[in-house]
Design a protein around this ligand. Structure first.
Ligand SMILES: Nc1ncnc2c1ncn2[C@@H]1O[C@H](COP(=O)(O)OP(=O)(O)OP(=O)(O)O)[C@@H](O)[C@H]1O
Ligand SMILES: [Mg+2]
Length: 301
């Protein structure tokens, strides 16, 4: 394995009937990566994930996990990955502990691993409760415990934030960040909502109609996020002698595209020039705009 690459997906494609569902998709995951796999409904996220896990046959391309070719060395490849597709498979009438015990038996692991992994996902105090008493967020974390019990290098989660409340989403993000940084796992998380993923992934891939249309690194994401539009409600708009770049919206509102740091100086300048500011609104971030534009352009093809 070179450069800590743990998952390599090379030009895979999948055809069902006459439809190409996954079109020449290539992805790389390194240890410690958290990759956001974004796309609108029907883009092919779940299908791509199923292909990477050997749950469906691909018509072309290749997949390597932990350095092993999925087709040539299936058992070794698959032992390096843990996944949840859509929802975790759990026995509701059993406790979390009993659910995990089944996994230790399957993998031939010692029972000590159950409490270790329960602690890792923050379920140690509730592990003996029945799963039917768990919240959705707790079930999701138990699912992750199942998926990582055999210490895989790669964790793949298909829409894990679906249905979680903001608190549950926050807890899940903290857990995934911990798994990436402390356990050195590579994590792929899919979602159709970009804002759910942008502040904790180090890379974002956007999939539209089975094709990857954007693959952005964290620096590029930050760059795109740095410039924001601010709408200011002011008492006058004859500001050309005070400000260089701004757009007039109406007689009481102007729009400024700038960074957070520069905004502070702009506001000082305005106040020093006796401009009253009644309200400052931040527009939807530009990465979401990029995503919407890209998906809309491609959908209209
Ligand atoms: N077995 C199948 N037979 C025919 N078409 C299929 C099959 N499985 C998936 N598709 C089609 O493939 C496309 C991609 O589906 P997929 O479920 O992978 O998308 P997705 O990005 O996961 O969507 P969602 O956000 O809704 O989960 C869809 O148009 C779907 O209708
Ligand atoms: Mg899906």
């Amino acid at each position: 394995m070179s450069n800590n690459i743990v998952l390599e997906c090379n030009n895979i494609w999948k055809k069902i009937g006459h439809h190409v569902i996954v079109n020449d998709v290539s992805l790389l995951l390194r240890q410690g990566d958290i990759l956001g796999f974004i796309g609108p409904n029907g883009a092919g996220k779940t299908t791509t994930i199923k292909l990477m896990l050997g749950l469906q046959f691909f018509n072309g391309g290749s997949v390597k996990i932990g350095g092993y070719d999925l087709r040539k060395d299936f058992v070794s490849a698959i032992s390096n990955v843990g996944a949840i597709i859509e929802n975790p498979d759990l026995y509701m009438y059993m406790s979390g502990y009993e659910n995990l015990k089944i996994c230790t038996k399957l993998y031939g692991l010692s029972e000590d691993r159950i409490l270790e992994v329960a602690k890792l996902v923050g379920l140690e105090n509730r592990i003996h409760d029945k799963v039917k008493k768990y919240s959705l967020g707790m079930r999701q974390r138990l699912g992750i415990a199942q998926a990582i019990i055999h210490r895989p290098k790669v964790l793949i989660l298909d829409e894990p934030m679906n249905g979680l409340d903001p608190e549950g989403i926050k807890d899940l993000k903290v857990l995934l960040e911990k798994l990436a940084s402390e356990e050195n796992m590579a994590i792929l998380v899919s979602s159709h909502i970009l804002s759910e993923l942008e502040n904790f992934c180090n890379r974002i891939c956007i999939l539209v109609k089975g094709k990857i249309v954007q693959d952005l690194k964290i620096d590029e994401i930050k760059e795109k996020l740095a410039n924001l539009n601010y709408i200011l409600e002011v008492n006058r708009i004859d500001l050309h002698e005070i400000l260089y770049h701004f757009e007039v919206i109406d007689e009481n509102h102007i729009k400024i595209n700038t960074t957070k740091d520069k905004l502070a100086n702009i506001l000082k300048t305005l106040l020093l020039n006796d401009v009253d500011i009644y309200e400052i609104k931040k527009e939807v971030n530009s990465l979401e705009d990029v995503f919407l534009k890209v998906t809309k352009d491609i959908s209209n093809d």
